[in-house]
Design a protein around this ligand. Structure first.
Ligand SMILES: [Zn+2]
Length: 204
C-alpha cells in the first residue's frame, strides 16, 4: 500500500523520531514513545486541506487532550492519524478513497504549540504503542502492510465484545457480524470474548 503526502506542501518541521526529552513543553506527551516524536509534522497554516494518505475506513474522529481533533484511518494493520485539526469533513465508520479530503488543519490539542499537521503511522498488530509507531516514507509502499491481522483478546481495561472490536477497528458497531463470520464464530454481539482468544480482523 502506497503512502502519499497528506498535505500539498511537503515541508516538514519535525521529523519522526526526534528526541523531545529536553523540551518540557512536549516531553509529557511523548513519554509513552520513549520521548521520541512518533510522527511527522507539516507546518501548515490553519485551514489547510488535509487528504487521506491511503484509502481506508475512519476508525477515529474525536477530541484527544494532546492531539486535539484527530482522525484515524485504517487499512489492514495500518492506522494513519491526522492530528491538531480545526475540522473533520468525514465521519467515523466512513470509507474514504486515496487522497480524499478528510479535514482542515489547525492547532487543537495541548501538544500543539503552533499550527501544524501531526501525521502518524501505527502498525496496530504490534503489542505496544511504542512498537506500533514507525517512520512514514512518502511515495513508497508500506513494507509491513497486511490486509488482515490477528487481535488477541485482552479484557484488562475494557471487556471485549464483537461490538467493541467493531467500533475499535471500523469506527462503527455494524461490523461485528463480519468479524464473527470471518472467524467462523457464533458469538452474540455483546458476549464477552475470552482472554487470549485470537480474532482475525478482516479489512473493511
Ligand atoms: Zn507531531
Amino acid at each position: 500500500m502506497l503512502i502519499n503526502y497528506p498535505v500539498e506542501d511537503r515541508t516538514i518541521s519535525q521529523h519522526f523520531g526526534v528526541d523531545n526529552t529536553n523540551d518540557p513543553a512536549k516531553g509529557d506527551f511523548y513519554t509513552v514513545f520513549g520521548n521520541k516524536h512518533p510522527g511527522v509534522d507539516f507546518p501548515v497554516q490553519e485551514g489547510t486541506e488535509v487528504f487521506a494518505s491511503f484509502p481506508g475506513i475512519v476508525v477515529r474522529n474525536e477530541y484527544h487532550k494532546g492531539m486535539g481533533n484527530v482522525i484515524g484511518i485504517r487499512n489492514g494493520n495500518i492506522v494513519a492519524l491526522y492530528a491538531h485539526l480545526s475540522e473533520a469533513t468525514i465521519k467515523a465508520g466512513q470509507i474514504v478513497k486515496d487522497r480524499e479530503l478528510i479535514g482542515l488543519s489547525g492547532a487543537t490539542g495541548d501538544a500543539c504549540l503552533s499550527p501544524h499537521l501531526h501525521f502518524e503511522l501505527r502498525d496496530i498488530s504490534k503489542p505496544s504503542l511504542k512498537d506500533m509507531v514507525f517512520e512514514p516514507i512518502f511515495g513508497k509502499e508500506i513494507l509491513q502492510y497486511a490486509d488482515t491481522f490477528i487481535y488477541s483478546v485482552n479484557n484488562k481495561n475494557t471487556k471485549k465484545t464483537l461490538v467493541n472490536l467493531s467500533k475499535l477497528y471500523y469506527g462503527t458497531d455494524s461490523y461485528w457480524q463480519k468479524i464473527n463470520e470471518s472467524n467462523g464464530f457464533a458469538y452474540e454481539k455483546d458476549e464477552i470474548l475470552s482472554d487470549g482468544l485470537s480474532v482475525i480482523i478482516p479489512n473493511y
